[in-house]
Design a protein around this ligand. Structure first.
Ligand SMILES: *Cc1c(COP(=O)(O)O)cnc(C)c1O
Length: 377
């Protein structure tokens, strides 16, 4: 049996090697490394796949979030509400733009932002909400969009972990993650569900004016070369990455099915273990299983991780430190807000190997070892 890995990029590459090598070679031969035809083609194909009017490719997911907030023209001191239980990038760009991050606790079942607490956190200075579709499942967009409309606030979806997740809105229509708010931001980091072979990212929007601004910001604030109307950045998806992404986009549904099959296997194996809480699948969102994250008793979590590591089975803690406890965000601490759910999750969560190449043998080994820890404790 092959070594068990958290993410098996090599195994995935082996299966698409001929196509990928050829596509990369063609870009090199054409030497159209920046803004080559592959980038435009990927953009169009992703727009079609997602059912969104505009995809704006950029250099990475963190840039996508930053450019989204720049495109909304938020002003210094404006408050931006987001979750306390996410990857640092979400909050980092808010602070970098001199906006004020306001952190909100999460739902204990989905680990996504708690709409009730979001409502309580709104002030007259709130200008945007950044729901993060954590671990592959959409946040409660029905509630979030209702609050945003009522209060006239922008919604920027951080969909770095949930590309291709589908969400059922109140009116019965089904939308893809990142296309429900005013603007969405995603990442093509290699280990993401649609990952390239380096850094990459994109913004999505159905708003023509926002798309135009975001596109301009990505390209040094210019529409016409050397005429700069806005202060922008340099953030591009390069042609080699776009060529790889075009191939992988065609396989994205198949990749997602493989993740769901692995999650189903885990769910069934752990169903009879009382100490294990398997990931909840929300009624209104599909789950794309960017991560398969269990909750186990806090006193067991680190021991379980060590037990698995000792058997050469990787397991990761996403995320061990809530954002409000991060040294870098000391300045934003109010002391008034408490985060009981995030604090508890940070002690109880453990993510098991999850990728497109897991075999039944590997899944069997992983689940047996998890179960044996609890049986022999
Ligand atoms: C990965 C990730 C990002 C950042 O993407 P990069 O491409 O690594 O910059 C932002 N938000 C979340 C939730 C992520 O998981």
């Amino acid at each position: 049996m092959a070594n068990i890995q958290m993410v098996d990029l090599k195994g995935q590459y082996e299966k698409i090697r001929t196509e990928v090598d050829q596509a990369i070679n063609e870009v090199v031969r054409s030497s159209a490394f920046i803004n080559g035809p592959e980038v435009k083609d990927f953009q169009t194909e992703l727009e079609e796949y997602l059912g969104v009017k505009h995809v704006i490719p950029c250099a990475n997911g963190t840039d996508a979030l930053q450019i989204a907030m720049m495109a909304l023209d938020l002003k210094e001191g404006d408050e931006v509400i987001t979750t306390n239980f996410t990857f640092i990038a979400t909050v980092e760009v808010i602070a970098l733009l001199k906006l004020k991050p306001v952190l909100v606790d999460v739902d204990p079942d989905t680990y996504n932002i708690d709409p009730e607490k979001l409502r309580e956190a709104i002030s007259p200075n709130t200008k945007a909400i950044v729901p993060v579709h954590l671990f592959g499942q959409c946040a409660n967009m029905n509630e979030i969009m209702a609050i945003a409309e009522e209060k006239d606030i922008y919604v920027v979806e951080d969909t770095a972990q949930a590309i291709s997740a589908r969400y059922t809105l109140k009116d019965g229509s089904v939308k893809t993650a990142g296309t429900m708010g005013h603007i969405g931001a995603t990442s093509f980091f290699p280990s993401k569900n649609l990952g390239c072979y380096g850094d990459g990212g994109a913004l999505y929007t159905n708003d023509d004016a926002l798309a135009d601004r975001a596109r301009q910001i990505c390209n040094h604030g210019m529409r016409v070369r050397y005429y700069h109307e806005l202060i922008g950045v340099n953030s591009r998806l390069d042609s080699i990455q776009a060529a790889v992404l075009r191939i992988k986009l065609r396989k994205l549904d198949e990749y997602c099915d493989a993740r769901i099959a692995a999650a189903d296997y885990y769910d069934a194996a752990f169903a009879s273990i009382p100490e294990i809480k398997t990931p909840k699948r929300a009624e209104d969102s599909t789950h794309t299983f960017h991560q398969y994250t269990l909750r186990v008793p806090a006193e067991d979590r680190n021991h379980l991780q060590k037990h698995l590591m000792d058997q050469d089975i990787p397991a990761m803690i996403y995320y061990p430190v809530p954002l409000h406890e991060q040294e870098a965000f000391e300045a934003y601490k109010t002391g008034e807000t408490e985060y009981p759910v995030t604090v508890q999750l940070s002690k109880e969560v453990i993510s098991l190997p999850m990728h497109t190449e897991l075999t039944e043998d590997q899944l069997k080994t992983i689940t047996q070892e998890v179960i044996s820890y609890f049986k022999n404790k």
